[in-house]
Design a protein around this ligand. Structure first.
Ligand SMILES: [Zn+2]
Ligand SMILES: [Zn+2]
Length: 72
């Protein structure tokens, strides 16, 4: 749980890689409508690098597999 103010955490779209600063308080990707993640889905470490594609802590990919079809 992170309750301290940290200006350098990001939310990341696990589908298209779009990101926003947590301060922008966006819950969903403005490009594709996917729910943004604000931490590693595997180890729950916060996302500190907006261009990161993998977790710096455990190496888990932030992005979904590119070939997965999305339900409409
Ligand atoms: Zn997206
Ligand atoms: Zn991780």
């Amino acid at each position: 749980m992170s309750n301290s103010a940290n200006n350098h955490q990001y939310r990341l779209c696990s589908k298209c890689g779009n990101f926003s600063n947590v301060l922008e308080r966006q819950s969903f990707c403005i490009l594709c409508g996917t729910k943004l993640i604000d931490q590693c889905i595997q180890c729950n470490e916060p996302i500190l690098h907006p261009y990161g594609k993998f977790c710096y802590h455990c190496g888990a990919p932030y992005l979904m597999e590119p070939y997965k079809e999305v339900k409409r």
